[in-house]
Write a protein that binds this ligand. Structure first.
Ligand code: BGC
Length: 476
């Protein structure tokens, strides 16, 4: 074959492939695109989200505006990041979702050994009296300590409690308000470390030494900082969402501790509450309002409700149900369960989007699981389009929040430690975020997103370990 022929042949092949792909990747009807347009946020709108978050962060940090601020920016009393010299055996508790974990961690130079056990938190406990919750935690802890034979002398413990808390020290944290499906009575306004210690004392069979109470974002940051000193932001994208970052003390007007070195403290922003004062109305939709109205905490955690794993499946379901009712999907006759709240899980969005473009194997499986057997390629393409619209919006506004923190910090390079089921299991969340953060950060800044697996558990042990290290240095 002559050179010319070869060029013609390869051009022809490319053409055929392109046509094939276009046929495979069915065009989504214009009407569906139009109905989803409100979920697609332009860069201008995302820049606006960044700007507004900056205003809210500053209101949280400022002592005159903190009281009415929605993004509370709680100082955590964690000031030192791990330096790799932490050593010893530590216990950690990790409460923040439907599961509760107890961990035993051994740290040393180049040693990291971890045993852990997951315990379920039944819904009746999540919604019952606070004493019931803390008795359950104490019971799981005791079971674990007996099983692992660490019930003889008290071990230092780090307690990851992933709800908004106003801290009064490293071991004192008052719950501001419940989020994420918890609503135990008698806990809001109380010190959760005290409630834990009281529950342990009621049992009388174990002894612990609580060295620190922390948020999962702080744990995630610490776990990553143990290996990577550029790590300055901790981000959770899971059942709930939130971020913490390292702030200079001079910017934290609420700081009531000393100003010794290091002149910094980790701030738990609680940015899931961004928008609770109406500032995000310009991007919220009827779907977001419906979710909020039917939630356990109406009017609160509005940013979280647009992004997190607890709500993203439900946002998607509402769009699917609405467009089906309008006759734009499934010829107006979709799976019954689409019309039942809570029946379309966030994991379905991740599964549907993990199909290769133009293929619908996972999508069909999900629809079959929902009782819809004869999905056409067109149905699947439409469902996927809607999943993408919802998850892209979530990834893009999460990116706007990270960009806002990076711009505020203004450090040349920052590593962002990320954990959470949404980030881990959604096939494109990472890439979507990286692409958008790049577009939104100030020139000259660079960043990377690093998965900090298991950060909330490992981080608890690390915060306890740093506290022990500093304590033993001070005692010398
Ligand atoms: C809580 C945060 C937590 C986040 C991620 C939110 O609902 O308010 O404290 O960090 O979920 O778990």
């Amino acid at each position: 074959m002559t050179g010319k022929c070869r060029i013609w042949r390869s051009m022809l092949m490319r053409w055929l492939c392109r046509i094939g792909r276009a046929i495979q990747q069915r065009q989504v009807p214009r009407r569906i695109e139009e109905r989803c347009a409100e979920l697609i946020l332009s860069d201008d709108k995302l820049r606006d989200v960044c700007q507004r978050l900056l205003v809210e962060l500053n209101r949280g940090l400022n002592k005159d505006t903190n009281k009415e601020a929605t993004v509370k920016c709680f100082p955590t009393y964690v000031r030192e990041l791990p330096n790799g010299e932490e050593c010893g055996k530590f216990l950690a508790l990790d409460l923040g979702g439907t599961n509760f974990r107890v961990l035993l961690i051994e740290l040393g130079p180049h040693i990291f050994h971890m045993e852990s056990k997951i315990f379920a938190v039944p819904q009746s406990v999540m919604l019952g009296p606070g004493t019931g919750l803390f008795d359950h935690i104490a019971e799981c802890l005791a079971t674990f300590m007996h099983e692992n034979k660490v019930d003889v002398s008290p071990l230092p413990l780090g307690f990851t409690f992933s709800f908004p808390c106003s801290q009064e020290g490293l071991t004192k944290a008052r719950l501001a308000t419940w989020t994420k499906g918890f609503k135990c009575s008698g806990v809001e306004g109380e010190d959760v470390v005290k409630l834990l210690q009281e529950a342990i004392a009621r049992r009388g069979d174990i002894k612990i030494d609580v060295m620190a109470v922390l948020n999962d974002t702080t744990g995630t940051l610490m776990a990553c900082a143990w290996k990577n000193p550029a790590c300055r932001i901790g981000l959770i994208l899971g059942t709930g969402i939130n971020a913490c970052y390292v702030e200079r003390l001079e910017n934290v007007q609420l700081w009531d501790g000393d100003f010794d070195e290091p002149n910094q403290v980790v701030i738990n922003t609680e940015l899931g509450a961004f928008g609770d004062n109406g500032t995000l109305e310009f991007i919220r939709t009827e779907y977001d309002r419906t979710i909020d109205q039917h939630s356990l905490n109406p009017g609160r955690q509005l940013f979280e409700k647009m992004i997190s794993g607890m709500y993203m499946g439900e946002v998607t379901r509402l769009v699917l149900a609405q467009l089906t009712r309008e006759g734009l999907l499934f010829d107006g006759m979709g799976p019954e369960v689409l019309f039942e709240p809570g029946q379309f899980f966030t994991k379905y969005v991740s599964e549907i989007e993990s199909d290769k473009k133009g293929e619908y194997t996972c999508c069909r499986q999900v629809l079959e699981e929902l009782g819809y057997e004869d999905a056409s390629d067109e149905d699947c393409a439409n469902v996927r389009y809607i999943c993408e619209a919802v998850s892209r919006r979530a990834a893009h506004i999460a990116a706007a929040a990270v960009a806002c923190l990076l711009n505020k910090m203004g450090q040349k390079h920052v590593t962002v430690a990320v954990d959470g089921s949404l980030y881990r299991f959604h096939p494109h969340f990472h890439d979507l975020m990286v692409e958008k953060i790049r577009q939104l950060i100030n020139p000259g800044l660079t960043f990377d997103l690093m998965l900090s697996e298991d950060g909330s558990g490992r981080g608890a042990a690390l915060v306890a370990a740093v506290a022990v290290r500093i304590g033993s240095l001070a005692a010398r």
